[in-house]
Design a protein around this ligand. Structure first.
Ligand code: ATP
Ligand code: MG
Length: 503
């Protein structure tokens, strides 16, 4: 039997007539339609010269047809490579050079800018727009809707997914059919997805959260998705009556709790709300619970691994934690230098092992080697702790650790203290080059409207609470903190802006 992810999708189809995707505009794609549409597209890919193992790079607006294209690439035995729609042509050039795709599919508005890049790299170029039209679906329309799926081994590549680039240049994570299938299957069980579920899908699908955690999990459960091009709080509130679950990033939940339409009545029928991709503030979790009675289920994952940990479905969902390791995934906290496992309660680097862990970084054998321990554990680069009850806590990223005057300062500890001060909305603590200390602890703070807090006030308030070496040397006020579409705080931008702060 083929180890292809599509073989798994196929095996789980509840019935041809069951709805896979519906849109607010009334478009409806059944599982049977999905087979026909992906069959035509797979034939089109073959006509464009795509062979098993070839990469297909896709930078298009989110649409149901975009999801069909992903599935068609898998059916054709090729490797799907989605790209963030925000990347410029210049950035796409890097990814195309790195991945050498056989075919590039882009939005029609990008065609002229990408044509020279495609030509230079010997790739074919096709278009697909936000309405599902373009040269690729045009070609597909004339082709048969039957396609014999290309058999793949479980260890073959299904996808190269570039990481978000939060801590540096994005790396291409090589994901196998088994990585993707096993993780989505685990989530079906852990989060109790069934055919009866309707997921409100408002995430981008060039990222692991929207494509795998959300869409693949629903498909393996034989469920349905209500498909939105992007997150819009008004629209999400209006559509809640039609769905049973929502997966979001923390900024989505921040917007929902500010919305008058978020009430106990509006969410009474909902089965599950999940959050991930960035830390959910305990405050947001508490506000959401107070307004709806629902405890948001926070989980933790990354491009390289899919989901690693999750708060429990039935047990206590604890704000500020990311829950327990998922079944068949081992998570340990290790001494970053030696790799030695640390006991509960101690802070170290999080390491994971399991069928979800990727096959390495595309064309970066050295980097891949550095990020794995000899016993096969992947070093996530996230700093965390496992408490006595087994809940995993994320403290931050190893790259954000500040070393000031030879002492380690965990930004989260300082941020938590600042966030408690009256008049503070949120904060980010970063290290900036400092002539005496190596790095100077620097706080970037968002004040509440009308708050009169000063730099001196913040430092004075922290003085009795934190050791002297942890105190910010400077406190800067900003209107908002920089975040990307996945709600990730971009500390690299803050560091860049303030690199000359201490001369
Ligand atoms: P890059 O690796 O290119 O710097 P990135 O790590 O942001 O970018 P992703 O793979 O999209 O790219 O994100 C994974 C990271 O997101 C994790 O390593 C972790 O730092 C963070 N993350 C995910 N879920 C959570 C969560 N629930 N709480 C805290 N952090 C989270
Ligand atoms: Mg990362």
């Amino acid at each position: 039997m083929s180890g292809s992810l599509f073989a798994l999708v196929r095996a789980r189809i509840p019935s041809q007539g069951k709805t896979l995707i519906e849109t607010p505009a009334g478009e409806r794609i059944t599982y049977g339609d999905m087979l026909a549409r992906t069959g035509r597209l797979a034939n089109a890919l073959v006509q464009r010269g795509v062979k098993p193992g070839d990469r297909v790079a896709v930078q298009v607006e989110k649409s149901p047809e975009n999801l069909m294209l992903f599935l068609a690439v898998i059916r054709a035995g090729a490797v799907y490579l989605p790209l963030n729609t925000a990347y410029t042509a210049y950035e796409v050039e890097y990814f195309v050079g790195d991945a050498e795709p056989r075919l590039i599919v882009c939005d029609p508005s990008r065609r002229d800018a990408l044509a020279p890049i495609a030509e230079l790299r010997g790739a074919a170029l096709d278009t697909l727009d936000a309405n599902g039209r373009g040269s690729l679906p045009d070609l597909a329309a004339a082709l048969p809707d039957t396609f014999e799926d290309i058999a793949r081994a479980e260890s073959d590549l299904a996808c190269i997914l570039y990481t978000s680039g939060t801590t540096g240049r994005s790396k291409g994570a090589m994901l196998t059919h088994r990585n993707l299938g096993s993780n989505a299957d685990t989530l079906v069980g852990y989060w109790r997805f069934t055919e009866a579920d309707v997921l409100l899908h408002a995430l981008p699908i060039y990222h692991t959260h929207g494509l795998f955690t959300a869409a693949m999990t629903v498909m393996l459960a034989g469920g349905t998705m209500l498909w939105l091009p992007k997150f819009d709080a008004d629209q999400v509130i209006a559509l809640l009556p039609r769905v049973t679950t929502l997966m979001g990033v923390p900024t989505h939940y921040v917007r929902l709790v500010q919305h008058d339409g978020l009430t106990r009545e509006a969410t009474a029928h909902m089965r599950l709300f999940t959050s991930g991709s960035a830390p959910l503030l305990a405050e947001t979790h508490d506000q959401f619970r107070a307004k709806t009675g629902h405890a948001i289920l926070e989980r933790y994952g990354m491009t390289e691994t899919g989901m690693n940990t999750s708060n429990p479905y039935d047990g206590e969902r604890i704000a500020g934690t990311v829950g327990f390791p998922l079944p068949d995934i081992t998570v340990r906290v290790a001494n970053p230098g030696t790799g030695e496992a640390l006991p509960p309660g101690e802070v170290g680097v999080l390491e994971v092992k399991g069928p979800n862990v990727f096959a390495g970084y595309w064309r970066m054998p050295e980097k891949t080697k550095e990020e794995f321990r000899p016993d096969g554990f992947f070093i996530t680069g996230d700093v965390g702790m496992i408490d006595a009850r087994g809940y995993v806590h994320i403290v931050g990223r190893a790259k954000d650790l500040i070393i000031s005057g030879g002492f380690n300062v965990y930004p989260k500890e300082v941020e938590s203290e600042i966030d408690l001060l009256p008049g503070v909305v949120e904060s980010a603590v970063i290290g900036c080059p400092h002539p005496d200390f190596g790095e100077g602890v620097t706080a970037v703070v968002v004040k509440a409207q009308g708050a009169t807090l000063t730099e001196r006030d913040v430092i004075a308030a922290l003085e009795g609470r934190l050791a002297k070496f942890k105190l910010p040397k400077r406190v800067l006020f900003v209107d908002e903190l920089p975040r990307n579409t996945m709600g990730k705080l971009q500390k690299n931008l803050l560091r860049e802006e303030n690199k000359a702060l201490y001369g």
